[in-house]
Design a protein around this ligand. Structure first.
Ligand code: ZN
Length: 439
């Protein structure tokens, strides 16, 4: 089976950016053929094998399959919010060929039975790949380390207690040292619970106006500083999840200037929204870490622009109406992100904050590098490919989402650019053209 992806702008960050055809045979990329627009190349003349399917990518971006390294798929335990299948489908519809599933399920992914269940269900979903992330501590309780070696053998690509911080400094030290010997990335949810002290939204004038308990920036940045120190002491890499504050960005920038093995991600809501969104979006603007001030939002953008923040991830956190249609201080934290992330992140390109190639890197090759997984458009590589239409303008409508949940503050936003085809291992798992025909 041969597929030709024809005439798109092929971007493999740092390697190629040209108009080209990509030839896929079965599950692999076999060729990337540059087209010379001046010569009006007829690509048919360059390949002798019969092509069984042609995908017209004229005017589109063809890039390595996007990877969302931070999602919550809720299965096992909370299948009313999301399942592995619905989450993997939502990912494919959002242009992602792979997602990393955080371990805060019920039971927790701190053992191989859960890891293997996730992999089994993901294989059946016929959508995006799902890479399980194992827990750092048993039951996410922050007391006893999991057996990282065992988890890695069963298929986890990283470890994290995400949802909870590792409050015990000594345990984090042990975790980083143990993970280093196994070359297993550690993803840290940075939050000092003593400093959070019951806060439910960003500390500041909006919290004061709404009479809600505030969460200080220090609750995040103090823990970022701790993790940088432990990384420096152990020489072990650490990846900081969902960076939200200016102080965290400054600390990461300083760490990177010392060449420490520290990487970081943020999510679209932190570079697009501020705590003011709580006033009109209510609990759909409640997440952890919380939406911050305009100063923080600007610092996150600066961190993305100068490379301090390596990755854009969604922190896709599905919740049902029942967990969100309650008083703000009682509501669950988090929003869904898989099906809006590409369009939302493209605003950074439209506004000149980062280049298209930088954006694609932050959503594909950078997470792949941190996780140690294959990614790219080289001949011989797995045919994991995303095609993006950079120009289509549309309104976000959560009712069209494949996710089982609807907790998205961007519902109704008019956005420019969206994924139109997702290919995993040579198989088309999402095709906007077909989707439009069906509906
Ligand atoms: Zn987290």
């Amino acid at each position: 089976m041969l597929i030709r992806i024809q005439g798109g702008r092929v971007i493999d960050p740092g390697r190629i950016d040209l108009i080209a055809d990509i030839i896929v045979e079965d599950d692999k990329i076999v060729d990337v053929i540059a087209l010379d627009p001046a010569k009006d190349d007829k690509p048919e003349s360059q390949v002798t094998d019969p092509v069984s399917q042609t995908i017209d990518a004229t005017g589109k971006i063809v890039c390595p399959g996007l990877i969302d390294m931070h999602v919550h798929l809720r299965e096992p335990g909370h299948e009313h919010k999301e399942t592995i299948e619905s989450g993997a489908r939502a990912a494919a519809w959002g242009g992602f060929t792979a997602v990393c599933a955080m371990p805060n399920t019920e039971p927790v992914n701190d053992n191989c039975q859960v890891t293997e269940l996730i992999l089994r269900k993901a294989a059946r979903a016929n959508a995006a790949r799902v890479y399980p992330v194992g827990a750092i501590s048993l039951g996410l309780e922050g007391r006893q380390l999991c057996n990282f070696e065992h988890l890695k053998t069963c298929g986890v690509v990283a470890v994290s207690d995400d949802g909870n911080p590792v409050m015990d400094d000594a345990l984090m030290h042990k975790a980083l040292a143990a993970a280093k010997t196994l070359q297993l990335p550690v993803i840290s949810h940075c939050e000092d619970l003593n400093l959070v002290a019951g806060g439910v939204m960003n500390a500041g004038s909006v919290a004061a106006e709404l009479q809600l308990a505030g969460i200080s920036n220090t609750s995040e940045s103090a823990m970022v500083a701790r993790d940088i120190a432990v990384s420096e002491a152990t020489g072990a890499p650490v990846h900081i999840a969902h960076v939200s504050t200016a102080e965290s960005v400054a600390a990461l920038r300083a760490a990177k200037s010392k060449n420490l093995a520290v990487t970081a991600e943020t999510a679209p809501h932190y570079f697009l929204l501020t705590d003011a969104a709580v006033k009109n979006r209510g609990t759909h603007a409640k997440m952890n870490p919380p939406l911050r001030s305009e100063k923080d939002r600007a610092a996150i953008r600066q961190g993305l622009a100068d490379g301090t923040i390596d990755v854009i991830a969604t922190d896709h956190a599905p919740h049902s109406e029942r967990e969100k249609a309650v008083a703000f201080d009682q509501a669950a934290n988090g929003i869904i992100g898989l099906e809006s992330a590409v369009s939302l992140s493209l605003t950074l390109v439209h506004e000149g904050v980062i280049s298209l190639s930088e954006l694609i890197a932050k959503m594909s090759t950078q997470p792949a590098r941190i996780l140690g997984i294959e990614c790219g458009l080289k001949p011989g590589a797995s045919a994991d490919i995303t095609i993006i239409d950079p120009n289509v303008v549309y309104d976000v409508d959560v009712n069209h989402f494949k996710s089982l949940s609807r907790n998205c503050p961007f519902d109704g936003w008019r956005l420019k650019g969206r994924p139109c085809l997702t290919m995993v291992s040579g198989k088309i798992v999402f095709n906007a053209a077909e989707e439009c025909k069906d509906s």
